[in-house]
Structures are given as C-alpha cells and as structure tokens.
Design a binder for this molecule. Structure first.
Ligand SMILES: Cc1cc2nc3c(=O)[nH]c(=O)nc-3n(C[C@H](O)[C@H](O)[C@H](O)COP(=O)(O)OP(=O)(O)OC[C@H]3O[C@@H](n4cnc5c(N)ncnc54)[C@H](O)[C@@H]3O)c2cc1C
Length: 117
C-alpha cells in the first residue's frame, strides 16, 4: 500500500528504525539520525511516533503530514497536518481517491484527444 501511494505521488518509501530492526526494509530506507536525512516537499509519516532520532531525519521537509492513532504522538504535534486514524483505513482511502483522480484525468485527456480528431 505504501509503495503504491508513493508511486501515485511520485515519491519513495522510507521507514523508521523499527522497520529496519525487524528486517522489513533495508537500512538504506531508514530516515533519521543513524539513517538518511531527507527534505521532501511532502513527508507522510504513517504510524511514526516522532522520536527525536527520527524527527531529525525528516524535519527539513516542506510539509509534514502525520497519520497516527495517537493524538498525543510527538509527530502529530510537530507535523503541519495530522490525521488521527488507523493507517490501515486512512491509506486505502487516500490511494482510492488518488487512483480515481488519475483515472478521471486520463479519461479527460483521452476525450480531448478524440475531440481534436
Ligand atoms: C542512538 C539511536 C539512534 C536512532 N536512530 C534512529 C533513526 O535513524 N531513525 C529512526 O526512525 N529511529 C531511530 N532510533 C529509534 C527511535 O528512538 C525510535 O525508537 C523509533 O524512531 C520509533 O519508530 P516508530 O515511530 O516507527 O515506532 P514506535 O515508537 O513504536 O511508534 C509507532 C507509532 O505508530 C502509531 N500507530 C500504531 N499503530 C498504528 C496504526 N494502525 N495506525 C496509525 N498509527 C499507528 C503509534 O501511535 C505510535 O505513535 C534511534 C535510537 C537510538 C537510541
């Protein structure tokens, strides 16, 4: 789901140390003090608590959007925007909306081409 969302937004998936420690993602994907520092246009922090060691790796991003079930999570208070909710519900809804908009744009483009002849 994260890979698909990143693809739709023209972005890339990063992770926290929890993910690398568990072997879910390679260390090269880790954002933070002992990982990579990023400065994205949009940093989408999905289920990231916002520990200082992670925060220092993403804080230079232009806009930060946190998705977290815990309204008290440090990432929620540090982010520019926050959605308080379960990533398993929020992300599928965002992906569905982006997919629908992409298909709509493709349809409109096709119509324009056909109209031009
Ligand atoms: C020397 C040192 C260096 C470190 N370097 C790094 C580093 O480079 N990068 C790094 O990331 N960490 C680093 N850490 C670890 C760091 O301190 C944190 O432990 C780590 O960032 C926590 O990762 P997390 O936010 O993914 O996990 P957690 O702290 O476990 O937080 C999980 C968050 O997800 C939320 N959540 C859970 N389930 C859901 C759900 N279904 N939907 C929405 N939200 C949900 C929870 O409310 C919580 O806020 C370092 C630590 C040390 C001591």
């Amino acid at each position: 789901m994260l890979e698909e969302l990143a693809g739709l937004l023209g972005g890339a998936v990063g992770c926290s140390r929890v993910a690398t420690n568990n072997g879910w993602r390679p260390h090269s994907d880790q954002v933070g003090l002992t990982g990579t520092k990023v400065a994205c246009d949009l940093y989408l922090a999905c289920g990231i608590s916002g520990a200082t060691q992670h925060w220092v790796g993403c804080m230079d991003s232009r806009t930060i959007l946190a998705v977290n079930t815990d309204p008290e999570a440090p990432m929620v208070s540090r982010a520019d925007y926050a959605v308080i909710g379960d990533v398993h519900e929020v992300l599928p809804a965002v992906v569905a909306e982006l997919r629908a908009r992409r298909e709509q744009r493709a349809g409109q483009e096709e119509e324009r081409v056909l109209t031009r002849g």
